[in-house]
Design a protein around this ligand. Structure first.
Ligand SMILES: NC(=O)C1=CN([C@@H]2O[C@H](COP(=O)(O)OP(=O)(O)OC[C@H]3O[C@@H](n4cnc5c(N)ncnc54)[C@H](OP(=O)(O)O)[C@@H]3O)[C@@H](O)[C@H]2O)C=CC1
Ligand SMILES: O=C([O-])CC(=O)C(=O)O
Length: 272
């Protein structure tokens, strides 16, 4: 299998961990890291400290002419999908996307599909912090009746969200429900925590029919995701207790491993 030249968008908690974990795979060559203007010196310094930085360009945008990647990996956020993923797809570069919550914005899933079709390529929506997406998407083939999702995180994982207006997060003593509604409303109100709800919706029965409950829980240290699906296939219930990443407590470490798995599968003789 030939070496894959990879451009990665975002060098935050996920991007840096992915960079470290693919270091031992010579067929995955990171050639460009795209970060916002003003972050380039800081990113360069981190790369130089890693001893692998010499071959890598740090820039604010893609160069599809002189430095065309074989693959683009997005680990950044909503704006990166519009700024970098859509143009890469249109130019025929396959893309992997981790900011799935962004796809709850009206029109964005359709825009991604149109861009991939225009470039005759594919966008891979990664499973990120949740598991069982293969089974859920397969179950959809026979028809799903319901998908319900319950998200539970330590109170500080909800700082900076509207949960702060409903709960005293720093002094919470017991588990508290602060949102109940559709995945569409969950994604609108809690966009930075909407990745799992949006992933389940895309694999299952859509944003309006997927029901969501969100809890802050001072008794847990993990990000706990539970969902149930019912349909012609039978029933499934999945619990995932994800340890948070040190660099960002809102993000489960499993998200990083899902990116690494997808990248390694691209260059492995056997993909699993
Ligand atoms: N699918 C899933 O299950 C999960 C998905 N995620 C999503 O993954 C993404 C990354 O998460 P995480 O690494 O924890 O977040 P971080 O905030 O730690 O890192 C994101 C980085 O991307 C940068 N960035 C933002 N926009 C752009 C852009 N347009 N171009 C280049 N760089 C950009 C940010 O820069 P700056 O600091 O300047 O904004 C920041 O450095 C988020 O969208 C998050 O919601 C997270 C967890 C689970
Ligand atoms: O657990 C995670 O990494 C992220 C999460 O809850 C979400 O965005 O839905």
């Amino acid at each position: 299998m030939s070496v894959q030249r990879i451009a990665m968008v975002g060098f935050g908690a996920i991007g840096q961990s992915v960079f470290d974990l693919i270091a031992d795979e010579p067929r995955l060559a990171m050639t460009r890291i795209i970060v916002p203007d003003g972050h380039q010196d800081e990113t360069r310094a981190k790369l130089d400290a890693s001893a692998r930085g010499g071959q890598i360009t740090v820039a604010a945008s893609l160069d599809l002419v002189n430095d065309r990647p074989d693959l683009l990996v997005e680990c950044a956020g909503h704006s990166a999908i519009e700024a970098h993923v859509l143009p890469a797809l249109k130019a025929g570069v396959p893309c992997m996307v981790v900011s799935i919550g962004a796809l709850s914005a009206p029109g964005l899933p359709e825009a991604l599909e149109a861009a991939a079709k225009a470039g005759n390529t594919q966008v891979h929506l990664l499973s990120g912090a949740i598991g069982g997406i293969d089974a859920l998407a397969a179950a959809r083939v026979a028809g799903l009746d319901s998908v319900t999702y319950v998200g539970r995180k330590p109170p500080l994982g909800w700082l900076g969200t509207p949960a702060e207006d409903k709960l005293d997060l720093r002094n919470l003593k017991e588990k508290a429900l602060f949102f109940e509604g559709s995945a569409r409303d969950a994604a609108r109100l809690y966009p930075k925590n909407a990745n799992v709800a949006a992933t389940l919706s895309l694999a299952g029965i859509g944003l309006d029919r997927t029901t969501v409950q969100l809890y802050a829980d001072p008794t847990v240290s993990e990000n706990i995701h539970y969902y149930e699906a019912q349909g012609a296939f039978g029933f499934m219930g999945v619990t995932l207790k994800g340890k948070p990443l040190a660099g960002n407590p809102k993000t489960s470490a499993l998200t990083v491993y899902s990116v690494v798995r997808a990248l390694k599968n691209r260059v492995s003789a056997v993909a699993v």
